[in-house]
Write a protein that binds this ligand. Structure first.
Ligand SMILES: NC(=O)C1=CN([C@@H]2O[C@H](COP(=O)(O)OP(=O)(O)OC[C@H]3O[C@@H](n4cnc5c(N)ncnc54)[C@H](OP(=O)(O)O)[C@@H]3O)[C@@H](O)[C@H]2O)C=CC1
Ligand SMILES: CC(=O)[C@@H](O)[C@H](O)COP(=O)(O)O
Ligand SMILES: [Mn+2]
Length: 426
């Protein structure tokens, strides 16, 4: 079934009643966490632990950090655990070790290992809600698995929506997918109760990253350590690097377009170094609604898990007793051309953003490995996207030329081509 709109915050036509996506029966939401060992995952577990009447963690999936995954599984008494890297024996042994360390009996969760582990956890039948906090487009299958299982999807893994595009939208029933990304959570909040014809534009805020104010020549000299020193957020390596290159904002513009069905030309970016205003909606009468809170992902995570309810005490609010300054400045698109490049790519074909994202993932690794300079990240993305010809790569009849016909196979084929083309450059 194809839905034009993903969520109940996607705007109804003027005069139409707003749909409700509440499915509360008073029982705590049973949450599966994909990427439980990462920044989003560990904060998700904090949110869940703080409100046991509302949430319980039932299934966890991680990557290389088997020790932390096992400890989390013991602490929450997980029903199911998935690991991309450990064998079943290694995972069981790690859980036994963690239980012994914590002085509790070892639980006996269902175990899933290997490349399909994350999607098995996303589809776990004991869950009703999935927090997808994995990094990268590898999150596509878990996103689709959660949606196909009928679970609520609190989506931090923006890459899966961006590369999956119409495929993910078609899999999502209205209200099933709730954004966790701070900007999109802000937009969802500002859009609640409105109608589509009232919206003039969406304005995404960007911190500007650690290199705000630098020109292209200076960007050629920056180091990985500098790129990881985000001024306002403490996040994983890839998203932090993407914030520094403004690729994160480029991906987020496409994410907003897909979530809210607002045309790309009516989505803007403004630099707001304090990261307190998380995004804004400008309405046709000149009014702008902004969502503001100190930078703390526990707020959008809690709202994503409990949507449409707010979770009291999820995070601290703004302190209005102290003087504060919020500033806004235009994005320097000469130094940081990623946003413009993503808008062009997204408009070109349904698989161009899969190419854009895959090249970026490869380039971020190459930068941190010392193989390329920082400015080469976006330069390579633009160059490879410029070479991409869907008909040649996917075949003239390849599914992926028309959004409605997009398949996982077409996305993966475009990604494979892009990763090979990127790696050939260094
Ligand atoms: N952190 C934040 O504040 C925000 C993050 N996001 C988005 O959320 C997502 C997660 O970001 P973040 O939490 O910062 O990233 P992290 O790098 O901190 O965490 C990534 C998680 O994914 C797991 N993982 C990585 N690769 C694989 C793999 N191949 N198979 C299975 N698991 C894997 C990691 O496991 P392990 O560590 O065990 O290897 C870890 O649990 C990204 O899409 C990001 O853009 C969006 C807004 C804010
Ligand atoms: C917290 C969050 O949502 C990140 O995606 C954040 O947006 C990164 O900050 P900037 O990309 O604005 O630097
Ligand atoms: Mn964000």
């Amino acid at each position: 079934m194809t839905h034009g709109s993903l969520t109940d915050y996607t705007l109804p036509a003027a005069g139409a009643p707003s749909a409700s996506n509440a499915h509360d029966d008073g029982a705590p939401r049973a949450v599966a966490l994909i990427g439980s060992t990462g920044s989003i995952g560990t904060q998700g577990l904090d949110v869940i632990a703080q409100d046991p009447a509302r949430f319980r963690a039932v299934a966890l999936s991680g990557g290389a950090n088997t020790g932390l995954l096992a400890e989390q599984a013991v602490r929450v008494g997980a029903e199911a655990v998935g690991s991309a890297t450990a064998t079943e024996d290694e995972l069981r042994a790690a859980i036994a070790d963690a239980a012994a360390r914590l002085g509790v009996p070892a639980p006996r969760p269902a175990l899933f290992t290997g490349p399909t582990a994350a999607e098995r956890i996303a589809a776990w039948e004991g869950a009703d809600t999935v927090l997808n906090g994995i990094t990268g487009s590898i999150g596509l299958r878990p996103t689709l698995a959660a949606l196909h299982a009928g679970h609520r999807l609190a989506l931090a893994n923006k890459e899966s929506l961006i590369v999956g595009g119409a495929l993910v939208k078609a899999a999502a029933a209205p209200g099933q997918l709730v954004p966790v990304d701070s900007e999109h959570s802000a937009l969802a909040q500002a859009l609640r109760g409105g109608t589509a014809d009232e919206v003039r534009r969406l304005v995404l805020t960007a911190s500007g990253g650690p290199f705000r104010g630098l020109d292209r020549a200076a960007l050629a000299e920056v180091t990985p350590a500098q790129a990881l020193a985000h001024p306002t957020w403490d996040m994983g390596r890839v998203v932090t690097t993407n914030s520094a290159s403004l690729v994160n904002k480029a991906l987020e513009v496409i994410e907003a377009h897909l979530l809210f069905d607002v045309p790309l030309e009516r989505i803007d970016v403004v630099v707001h170094p304090q990261s307190v205003v998380h995004s804004m909606v400008e309405f046709t009468d000149g009014s702008t609604l902004a969502q503001a809170s100190p930078p703390d992902m526990r707020l959008p995570i809690a709202l994503g898990l409990a949507w449409p309810s707010r979770v009291p005490g999820a995070a601290a609010g703004c302190d209005w007793t102290r003087a504060a300054t919020w500033t806004f400045e235009p994005l320097d698109e000469d130094a940081f051309p990623a946003v413009r490049a993503a808008k062009e790519a997204a408009a070109a074909s349904p698989t161009h953003m899969a190419v854009f994202n895959a090249v970026n993932e490869e380039a971020v690794d190459a930068f941190h490995d010392g193989r390329i300079r920082f400015d080469a990240i976006v330069d390579t993305v633009r160059a490879v996207v410029g070479e991409y010809e869907p008909a040649r790569v996917l075949g003239a009849a390849g599914h992926g030329h028309v959004a409605q016909d997009l398949t996982v196979e077409a996305v993966l084929a475009a990604e494979d081509w892009a990763r090979t083309a990127a790696r050939a450059r260094w």
